[in-house]
Design a protein around this ligand. Structure first.
Ligand code: ZN
Length: 268
């Protein structure tokens, strides 16, 4: 099969980080704002996780995309600017990490626009792509993406290659729960009481997903969260995975934006 990637690369790798901070918990239940213990799990992201991730990316010399809710950019401007100033792509991730629902299109439009305004006001960034909180779209979400003249959506789970949404020039960069840190590691005994995994076990899952994409020639689109992956054993695991992937020949490490722009030139 002919490679769809530049320089005949065998696989494209996008490392993405959804910088949710406390908003991931608040979108589950706004009343959690009154629970400092639970909020501290989100606060770990801006306080520790972001810089740990930036350090590893810098040391390994790899690009990445950070999706930042507008509320997080406003609450944590210094951390958000460090991400921007280190040269990483910044994408749109809602305002307060709202889970959009089909019964409230006006609320979704407003949150979408508010998130865009916040990224512009705090960071001077006009994002090229949208990742919905929890990847959950409604029938109007892609119309918002189009209206705000964005290039890509990274939300749907129905392919291993990018594709162009019919009738638009919006590129979809597919995701999957298997390549997300949250379902394996995000835990709270009161709110999210489920088994946690060891970093070593998930290393095996992600390494083998990468090897499969290396064989299939697809997109390895990893989603992590500073407040989740940013803990000790998980950061060592992430670094080990990055080094494993770097040791393979023909891996295109890039940003979501670059994949989307490349795909548009391919599909013309
Ligand atoms: Zn998120």
């Amino acid at each position: 099969m002919k490679s769809p990637w530049p320089k005949n690369a065998k696989v494209a790798v996008t490392l993405t980080f959804d910088f949710d901070a406390e908003s991931g918990w608040l979108s589950r239940d706004p009343a959690l704002a009154e629970r400092p213990g639970i909020m501290s799990q989100g606060h770990y992201g801006p306080k520790v996780g972001v810089d740990r991730i930036l350090n590893v990316l810098k040391a390994e010399k790899l690009p990445a995309t950070f999706f930042i809710p507008g509320w997080v950019a406003e609450k944590y401007p210094a951390e958000s600017k460090r991400i921007r100033d280190a040269g990483y792509e910044i994408g749109h991730h809602g305002y307060l990490h709202e889970r959009a629902t089909p019964d409230n299109p006006e609320g979704e439009r407003q949150a979408f626009a508010q998130g865009m305004r916040a990224l512009d006001a705090v960071l001077g960034v006009k994002p090229a792509g949208y990742r919905a909180p929890a990847w959950d779209l409604t029938p109007i979400t892609l119309a918002c993406v189009k209206q705000h003249r964005m290039t890509y959506s990274s939300n749907l789970m129905d392919d291993v290659f990018p594709y162009v949404h019919p009738g638009t020039s919006i590129v979809e960069l597919p995701v999957q729960w298997t390549l997300d840190d949250a379902p394996y590691f995000m835990f709270n005994p009161l709110v999210l009481n489920r088994p946690m995994n060891t970093a070593e076990a998930i290393y095996g899952v992600w390494r083998d997903e990468f090897l499969a994409m290396y064989e299939w020639g697809g997109l390895f689109n990893l989603t992590c969260h500073p407040e989740v992956i940013g803990h000790g054993s998980r950061m060592l695991m992430l670094r080990k995975l990055l080094r494993f992937m770097k040791a393979k020949k023909g891996v295109w490490f890039t940003t979501c934006r670059a994949v989307a722009e490349h795909w548009l030139t391919q599909s013309r």
